[in-house]
Design a protein around this ligand. Structure first.
Ligand SMILES: [Zn+2]
Length: 232
């Protein structure tokens, strides 16, 4: 049976290695943090140091010069790692950390993210979490609305370990399934009545009864004029 790793080896092997990879950090910051923490806290155990490193990451990421989108995404990843720590090592469900993970994920989406120039929406993905989360699965919200309102209240989740779903940014589509160019959205709304927007096509009008009536009006008026004159 393989001997359980301890100290820096255990921390490097555990979640931190994954989180460093996710947020684009190499392990130098972790190794420096580990030695500094050990020096300042004589009896610190591995889990305490790992938790301390997560808190260090929150501060370090918040001070970074990255754009807000990347910064929020990285914070979301750290909150996700902290929640996994709570579940795995403390057998606790921590809704506060789950909510922070989701809120930061939503905040990370910029209007022009990935598919520049198109209307975007936020979609809830429940990952078959529980009955409540399945009831909100695939629901979509305007990006601005999702940023200003809590579209997922994770405290309502019935899963023992809390909400295990996520959110995704997707392109908004009109009723015909077409992407909606952002700058043309207002124009599309104005021309939403296809008959109105195709008025220059006159062939249909000429075939219609109203078209005939319009073309006969001068003749009818002419006849009425003569009838009135004949009667007077
Ligand atoms: Zn759930």
């Amino acid at each position: 049976m393989a001997k359980r790793k301890t100290g820096l080896d255990w921390i490097l092997q555990d979640r931190v290695h994954g989180i460093n990879y996710l947020i684009g950090y190499d392990n130098k910051k972790l190794i420096d943090f580990y030695h500094t923490y050990k020096t300042n806290h004589n009896n610190a155990n591995d889990k305490e140091i790992l938790w301390g490193y997560y808190n260090f990451l929150i501060l370090d990421i918040s001070k970074s010069k990255d754009n807000k989108s990347k910064l929020d995404r990285n914070l979301s990843s750290v909150y996700g790692a902290m929640h996994r720590f709570r579940s795995k090592y403390e057998n606790k469900r921590d809704d506060r950390l789950i909510q922070l993970r989701i809120d930061k994920e939503i905040e990370s989406y910029q209007c022009n993210n990935n598919v520049e120039g198109y209307e975007m929406e936020i979609e809830i993905i429940s990952n078959k979490c529980c009955a409540f989360c399945d009831s909100i699965d695939s629901k979509r919200f305007n990006l601005d609305y999702a940023k200003k309102n809590r579209i997922i209240d994770v405290s309502k989740c019935k899963n023992e370990w809390g909400f295990k779903g996520t959110v995704a940014i997707v392109t908004k589509r009109d009723s015909d399934g077409n992407l909606i160019p952002k700058e043309q959205n207002n124009i599309l709304k104005e021309n939403s009545n296809p008959k109105k927007s195709h008025q220059p096509i006159t062939a249909k009008s000429n075939k219609s009864g109203s078209g005939c009536m319009v073309s006969l009006l001068p003749i009818i008026a002419f006849c009425i004029y003569f009838i009135i004159r004949a009667l007077s």
